[in-house]
Design a protein around this ligand. Sequence first.
Ligand SMILES: NC(=O)C[C@H](N)C(=O)O
Length: 331
Amino acid sequence: ADQPNVVILATGGTIAGAGADVTNSATYQAAKVPVDKLIAGIPQLNTVAAVRGEQVFQIASESFTNANLVTLAKRVAALVKQNDVDGVVITHGTDTLEETAYFLNLVVRTDKPIVVVGSMRPGTAMSADGTLNLFNAVSVAASKDARGKGVLVTMNDEINSGRDVAKMVNLRTEAFKSPWGPLGMVVEGKNYWFRLPAKRHTSHSEFDIDKIDTLPSVEIAYGSGNASDTAYRAFAANGAKAIVHAGTGNGSVSSAVVPSLQELRGKGIQIIRSSHVNAGGFVLRNAEQPDDKYDWVVAHDLNPQKARILALVALTKTQDSKELQRIFWEY
Ligand SMILES: NC(=O)C[C@H](N)C(=O)O
């Protein structure tokens, strides 16, 4: 009776996937198995928490929308306000798991553990990783020492910050890495911590999902050699409020693209310089481009997809580029 209560919110993904054969580790359908079946498959969850499940969505995470983010975050925020909920676990596809984890980290005001988890192999495969990942997630969500550390991600025995972690490798179970390293590990139901997040999150955030109902359109355009301005202009024409430049190197921008970005900024669209090189560096302001002069924002160490998430949230509060930049330094 004095067991912690953990609610598992299921959204789909490979952790709820099913393949035709046990040898299908990579060929399968995501988002097939309902949450009650996932829970019933791991009776040992009862040793760490009293668990119950809710099926919020049943989708592959590459199809997650802004509306899905808002719906999920509102449900998490409502649950953590309940006295009979000690922690929340979200099962999620791995493709956009890092985006949802960061979104929740920004907008859910709580100290209670929120843990996002997925798997690389479907439950039907040999050496499926979802069972242990989910057991670890519930065990972390049930523990008092996981409080106040922001949204967490448990994959491959590691505990990562939902802000930092990204899917950096596909096909392998060792898929998720933080450029700045994991916060700790979870082994046999016990947490071992090694560092703490340095950025604002959850209960220390100025954002609150209870006050957010819709999110603006923020798009990402990719930098490479021979780059053109077509995508940037098309996004702007279709109502993007901010464009994240997934730049080369230190967020550098091709001379064929720079004039268009200046023009779009003049029309009120925020230009956010990120990089598709993001394994432990960060985009330096006024280095590759004169951001002060152009009134652009740099994404700090956030990869383009995480920069999109922070821009979505920040733009619900401010349209000022200086404020936006402050937010990118702080979160
Ligand atoms: N491993 C996975 O979960 C991949 C899947 N495409 C998803 O994100 O839903």
